[in-house]
Design a protein around this ligand. Sequence first.
Ligand code: SIN
Length: 365
Amino acid sequence: MHQPKRRLLLAAGASLSLSLLLPGASVSAQAAPATSLPNVVILATGGTIAGTGATSTTTVGYTAATVGVQSLIQAVPELAKVARVTGEQVFQIASENMSNEHWLTLAKRVNVLLAQPNVDGLVITHGTDTLEETAYFLDLVVKSKKPVVLVGAMRPSTALSADGPINLYNAVLLAASADAAGKGVLVVMNDQIQAAREVTKTNTSTLDAFRTPELGMLGYIQGSKAFFYRQSTRKHTLETEFDVSSLTALPMVEIVYGYANVGPVAVDAFVAAGAKGIIHAGVGDGSLAAKVLPALKAARQKGAIVVRASRVGQGILARNGEANDDELDFVAADTLNPQKARILLMLALTKTTSTRDIQRMFYTY
Ligand code: SIN
């Protein structure tokens, strides 16, 4: 296995204690005289931050999820200056393979760890492709005020100017910071702190891919300090009604994309396959094409919940705007993008099938 270049550059005085790198294995990296530092656990799940390429200039076409948590920690000896860090390899996957089952496993582990008095904060390393989804899922189901920070990298660990090490440092710093507590699940990339509900990946490859269009990021990391300027107003973590502790699966909710000439095939197929919910990622303000509307009505009549979202990526999806949601008994996604609307609907369906209640949840979380 190719190891990150900085692996052996240990800070003077730092002592590393490392163990085998297997799923579930844990590893620690702590400076010897660091008893007063916060305890931060890094849960590693794979992604480009743990990726390796053939050469130092390989920034596309590399292999994600090959470097273990031990090596990620070892590559950033500066972590030992800001926290007593331990690591756990929860999964080792590219994030396009993240599933509902992975989310349930991860959320349960997060809640167990955060309940421990000797854990002050958590960092989750993750592929960037679905990082925003995992972050929002956790934002809705974590039962703690302690900081939870998701982090990834746009360049693999072997690349020139890889962003993984500084992103990981910033994430640990943030998870160790009292200022990050109670703000919901956070994402840090490119020195910017973002809210799980609102952040989205906006670029396939550049370092500034993570953005919160219009609503804005929460703050910056600068000079080894977190600076916060705003907060999301939506409820999260301890304030939600969702509880994953006894869940072993989530209801099937699928996303149907809107585009010119779209027909009913995808909606019909998802419903026939057993979908309990459909997120319609419509054009504009969630408009419903004449050829799709009958399929969505039929889906609702069969009991599936239909949520109107937009493929646009910014703005409020207006209830009773482009469609009469009251009459159709549909739900409006508010400002959630389709992939996050899917997450909220899955969790909502663990509690209720009332569209009135589900609409309330979309205006609450
Ligand atoms: C992934 O999402 O696992 C691959 C892409 C990335 O992490 O940037």
